[in-house]
Design a binder for this molecule. Structure first.
Ligand SMILES: *Cc1c(COP(=O)(O)O)cnc(C)c1O
Length: 368
């Protein structure tokens, strides 16, 4: 038997989540964010499943865009951080990519470049995240310059990113949103603001375009619960099996450093999955794992290729029993909480050693 660990990717669930994101924002177009290999799910497979459904995709690097074009994806693709050097503009033009412009050097590069047809530009406003983008004054100036270069630049959009759209306390969001709205109105600019949290809980931030990411993969990024009408499904289910089982007496320890000590006679199952696959080593004792569909606590430190769970309560569990580390039946957000992190890092952290197995998108899931 081959090593049983695999990441099962349910492309029909991806399509249903995409439709849920679009349904929340019927006045907006939603570009599906596929950066970081579609948050670990496989960007090309996800792009193919979403083709015909999503009017655009977004990635972080030109290499990610090139891989999609090489795979036959013709949907518009936005580079969320634009170019990293001026030489990339030839590829931007050749592959018909859309680019964010967040820095002066990018602006000058775009204005110095002579494309055969003008290039779409998404000018980035820093509304308070203080990461990328221009101040309001700078942005007004740059907007005017770009407008005066119609042979270089077309389809100008105003793009901005919220720092705190996920929080229950929405004061920072309201402040940032008010700034970007005022600027957008002054310029008559089409807006692109909403990530997943804003798509979910701030309808006022929905613009001409939205940019949902993690919600497409079934994670709830909000500090609180999802709105009642929203149902997201896990797309990735990380599956493995028990490869060994042993019975220990009370008072024995398990794993590196002996972190876990049995309090009773216990059965310990060894799962083929470890931090060498991307399972987070910060997982505490008690982190849930499904064995034969039942929740069992992690017992002992996660090692590189294996982890150990207390299966005392699951009498039928034995070598070969099915294990789910997260996904269907076990929320990745809950697992992330036990690792002091967020689902984004668990999903993007699944390493290439883990085979991805794709469940196809159905026509029903894709129908828009
Ligand atoms: C990653 C990213 C998104 C998507 O964010 P989610 O929280 O995953 O929805 C949107 N916009 C920008 C600029 C991003 O970098």
């Amino acid at each position: 038997m081959a090593r049983p660990l695999r990441a099962e990717i349910d492309l029909a669930a991806l399509c249903r989540n995409y439709r849920a994101a679009s349904a929340l924002a019927p006045q907006s177009r939603s570009m599906a964010v596929l950066k970081a290999d579609a948050y670990g799910h496989g960007a090309l497979a996800c792009a193919r499943a979403l083709t015909g459904l999503a009017p655009a995709f977004a990635v972080a690097t030109i290499e990610e865009a090139v891989a999609l074009r090489d795979g036959g994806i013709e949907t518009p693709i936005l580079l969320l951080e634009g170019i990293f050097e001026a030489a990339e503009l030839t590829t931007v033009e050749a592959l018909s990519l859309w680019q964010v412009v967040h820095s002066e050097w990018q602006l000058e590069a775009v204005l110095a470049y002579r494309p055969r047809r003008p290039l779409p530009v998404w000018l980035k406003f820093d509304a308070g995240m203080h990461r990328l983008g221009f101040s309001a004054d700078e942005l007004r100036r740059h907007w005017a310059r770009l407008r005066q270069a119609p042979e270089r630049v077309t389809d100008l959009h105003l793009i901005s990113h919220f720092s705190s759209a996920d929080l229950a306390d929405d004061s920072a969001f309201q402040n940032q949103h008010a700034q970007v709205r005022a600027l957008g109105e002054a310029l008559g600019a089409p807006l692109c603001l909403a990530n997943s949290p804003a798509t979910l809980q701030h309808p006022r931030a929905h613009g001409a375009w939205n940019r949902p990411g993690v919600m497409l993969y079934g994670s709830n990024p909000l500090e609180g619960a999802l709105p009642a009408q929203v149902n997201l499904e896990p797309v990735m289910t990380l599956r493995s099996r028990l490869i060994a089982v042993r019975t220990l007496e009370a008072g024995e320890v398990v794993g590196y450093g002996g972190r876990f000590r049995t309090r009773r006679r216990s059965r310990i199952g060894v799962v083929a999955a470890g931090y060498g696959d991307g399972y987070d080593r910060h997982a505490r004792d008690g982190t849930p794992v499904l064995v034969n569909g039942q929740r069992c606590p992690i017992a002992g430190r996660v090692s590189m290729d294996m982890l150990t769970v207390d299966i005392t309560e699951v009498a039928a569990a034995d070598v070969g029993s099915e294990v789910v580390l997260w996904g269907r039946g076990l929320d990745v957000d809950e697992v992330a909480g036990h690792c002091d992190t967020i689902a984004y890092t668990l999903l993007t952290g699944v390493l290439p050693r883990v085979p991805r197995v794709y469940l196809p998108a159905t026509a029903a899931a894709q129908a828009s």
